[in-house]
Structure formats: structure tokens, C-alpha cells
Design a protein around this ligand. Structure first.
Ligand SMILES: [Mg+2]
Length: 431
């Protein structure tokens, strides 16, 4: 059966979230969303670039990623606010939490975007969520599959708006690529479907540069060859595109323009919240063997966690140790650091102290004769996203092959395309 995938994208996320924070601090303050305003740069020196702007600012022609100086030329009265990542992270988490009420399969792709697979969102779930009639009918059993997806998307959109105070766009389709394309259609606070049978009408007329994953250089190259729209690319022979762009990009553009994309939503709920490693022990770690066996393990696990965090360029505030005893009890202890870390020595030192307290403090586990550990784990949670968030678009990878992560995502997508359609057997999109 075809999947039902949503792509949910917060409208002008940073700007909306800054507006909400200001209103929270001062309910009489002007709502930044209703005036020409922007987040970005250094507010005092008026340098840097615009990272988000309000719809009224957009009407002045102000674009994201343009220099603040240029934006001020277009609109001298533009109200500028400084980015506030702690606040953004808070709203982002709340937004993602709501999505998890509808599906286990939520893949956050940036601070303000996520895919949700709602294929299994069943009627019972729907009734539980349904408080207002959808599309004038309360009889949800008569809703057809696509209508049900639409109704679910509407519930999610409205719940976010009504409980958190900001709006989102939701794209609905049977794969991630089309859902993402759809959420980018008219904004704000809207739902759009883009099923494969709709691409001809809804997507093919768009400029080729609007195609997800088609970077600026690729778009320029295609335009110079007379391929102006997504439909033009879809109806160009695959081999011709490969000839122009090479096999990776050529195949990708051809498949994407024909509405073919991966449909696996990779849920990273827990993974996104903490980094941890654990290991079972070769012999029970009892009180007597503690120093000999536990300390080297803690060192090893701390190094592993640190290495993964450094690879992802992220730090966390909370260090945690977990143990499983030979009587199968699970216990853990954690502490919050003053500043976030991914340093192996800091993690190790903290984890050692925690494990000592857990083992030998008041009610220490290893105080009891015969008890020992079968498993020890070390983790870092409470991640600090401040340094990490750039509004990265995961499919803007065509021009940036340097990043292994992006390359891996591209490879995964191509694999999924090939698995589904067979390499080289991608059919042309003409009807
Ligand atoms: Mg957004």
C-alpha cells in the first residue's frame, strides 16, 4: 500500500518564535509577524545576514540570506531582532513532541521541519484526536484514504497553531520528496497534497530551480540547455540528463522531476535526544572487582560517546550512567554540568563519580553482598543545539559533496529509488 507521508514546515520559524517570545515577555508588545521585521545579523552594528523575515518584510522584497544592509535599503523601517537559539530549540522540541502524538515515525530534518509517516494512523486514533468536524462531516468512517490523510494533516496543523501559537505548512504525499515540495507551496498555515498523479498539474509548471535537491549551479546549467521547468526535466531523456550532469545528479534530477523519492521516515526520537553507549561485562562487576573492571569500561564508553558527539559536532549538559545487575535490575544516575561537553575526559570523570555514588553511596547497589553489574552504560543527554543549528536543507546536497552525511543521505535516497524502480528502469513521466 502507498504510504502517507507528511512534511511539516514551520512558517518563518525563527521570526515566529522570536515574536512569540517577545509577546510572552510583554503581552502588549507588537507582534513581529504583523510588521516588516527580520531575524539576523548583529542588531547594533547592523551587519550580517537575514536568517528569517516576516511576511510584511517579504513584501518589501527582503529575502533570507541577504545582507542586513541591503534589507535596510529596501525597508529602512525594518525591525531587526537578534537570533535566540535557546528559545528556538525550546519551540522546536515542543513542535516535534506534538508530531509524536500522531506517529512513532517522525524524522526531524532541521530545527523547523520534520517528516511524519501517518500511514498507520488508524481510525481509532483519529476519533481520539477528532474534536471538530473535518470538512463538514463528523462521520470519519466515510473518509477515503486520501481524505483521511488530509484530515489528519489538518488536525496536526491546527493543534500546533492552537497550542503553540505558530503556524506550519503541511505537504502530503506518498513519498518524502513530494511531501517536501508540497509544503513549500503557498504559505502560511496551509495544507497541500502532491500525490504522484498530481505532479503534472501541480509541480511540472514550476521553474527547475524549485525542484528539491536541484542546486543553483545545476539549475543554471539546465536552463542554459533549455530545461526551464520541472516538467521539462521530467520529459527529457534520462540519458540526455546523465550526459549533461553526470550519472548521480542526472538520475536524481530525472527521478525527482518525475515525482520519485524515498518513503522511509527514519525516526530518531531517542537518538536525537542523547548519545549513549553500553556494554555487557565478561564477568560480574562486584564491589571487590570494581576498580579493576568498572573504571576501564567507563573510560572506553566515555571515549565512544565523545567520539560520536564530536563527529556530529554537538555537546550535552547531562551525563548519565546506567547499570544492569546480575538480578536484572536496571538503575541509572545522572547529573547536569554547568557547561555542555563532548570531551571524553569530562564525561569519564563525571561518569566515574556517578557510578561510585550509585554503587557505594547511601543505598549503594554494590554494598549488598553478591550483587554485581552485568552491563554498564554511559550517556550524554540534554543536547546543546545552539552551535549546531543552521537551517540546513537536507536535499540541497547536490552542490556540496564534501559532506559525508549529505552524501550518505543522497546514496540512501538513490538506493531507495533503485530498490523501488530498478536501476536504469526509471520510466518516463509522460502519460
Ligand atoms: Mg520553515
Amino acid at each position: 500500500m502507498e504510504k502517507k507521508i507528511l512534511h511539516i514546515d514551520v512558517n518563518s520559524a525563527f521570526l515566529s518564535w522570536s515574536a512569540l517570545k517577545l509577546l510572552k515577555e510583554d503581552p502588549t508588545a507588537v507582534d513581529l509577524r504583523t510588521i516588516p521585521s527580520a531575524v539576523g545579523g548583529d542588531v547594533k552594528t547592523r551587519h550580517g545576514i537575514i536568517t528569517a523575515r516576516s511576511l510584511p518584510a517579504k513584501e518589501y522584497g527582503i529575502k533570507t540570506a541577504e545582507p542586513v544592509v541591503k534589507a535596510l535599503q529596501k525597508c529602512p523601517g525594518l525591525v531587526l531582532v537578534q537570533g535566540d537559539f535557546a528559545t528556538y530549540h525550546e519551540y522546536s522540541s515542543k513542535f516535534i513532541e506534538i508530531l509524536f502524538n500522531y506517529s512513532e515515525l517522525v524524522e526531524q530534518v532541521s530545527i523547523d521541519e520534520a517528516f511524519v509517516d501517518i500511514s498507520d494512523f488508524c481510525m481509532d486514533d483519529m476519533e481520539a484526536h477528532l474534536t471538530t468536524p473535518v470538512d463538514g462531516t463528523t462521520d470519519i468512517s466515510t473518509l477515503k484514504e486520501n481524505d483521511r490523510a488530509l484530515a489528519t494533516a489538518a488536525m496536526i496543523k491546527d493543534e500546533i497553531r492552537d497550542t503553540l501559537g505558530f503556524t506550519v505548512n503541511v505537504g502530503i504525499s506518498s513519498n518524502k520528496l513530494l511531501a517536501k515540495m508540497a509544503s513549500d507551496f503557498r504559505k502560511p498555515d496551509r495544507l497541500h497534497t502532491l500525490y504522484p498523479e498530481e505532479i503534472k498539474v501541480k509541480m511540472w509548471g514550476h521553474p527547475i530551480g524549485d525542484l528539491f535537491g536541484c542546486g543553483k549551479n545545476t539549475a543554471e546549467k539546465l536552463k542554459s540547455l533549455g530545461i526551464m521547468t520541472i516538467g521539462d526535466a521530467a520529459n527529457t531523456d534520462l540519458q540526455v540528463l546523465i550526459g549533461y550532469l553526470g550519472s548521480n545528479a542526472g538520475e536524481y534530477i530525472y527521478a525527482a522531476a518525475n515525482g520519485i523519492g524515498g518513503d522511509e521516515v527514519h525516526s530518531e526520537h531517542e537518538a536525537a535526544k542523547s548519545y549513549s553507549n553500553e556494554t555487557t561485562t565478561s564477568e560480574d562487576i562486584t564491589g571487590e572487582k570494581f576498580a579493576e573492571l568498572a573504571y576501564p569500561l567507563i573510560k572506553h564508553l566515555s571515549e565512544k560517546v565523545s567520539k560520536r558527539m564530536k563527529r556530529d559536532d554537538i555537546k550535552g549538559y547531562t551525563v548519565r550512567v546506567m547499570v544492569k545487575t546480575n538480578t536484572f535490575g536496571r538503575h541509572s544516575r545522572q547529573t547536569k554540568l554547568i557547561s555542555p561537553t563532548n570531551d571524553a575526559r569530562v564525561i569519564e570523570r563525571t561518569a566515574r563519580e556517578l557510578l561510585e555514588k550509585l554503587s557505594f553511596g547511601d543505598e549503594g547497589i554494590l554494598n549488598e553482598e553478591g550483587l554485581g553489574y552485568r552491563l554498564i552504560g554511559v550517556g550524554v543527554a540534554d543536547l546543546d543545539y545552539e552551535s549546531e543549528y543552521e537551517q540546513m536543507d537536507i536535499f540541497g546536497f547536490m552542490e556540496d559533496k564534501k559532506s559525508d552525511e549529505k552524501q550518505a543521505k543522497l546514496d540512501a535516497m538513490m538506493k531507495s529509488i533503485n530498490d523501488r524502480f530498478g536501476k536504469g528502469k526509471v520510466k518516463r513521466g509522460k502519460e
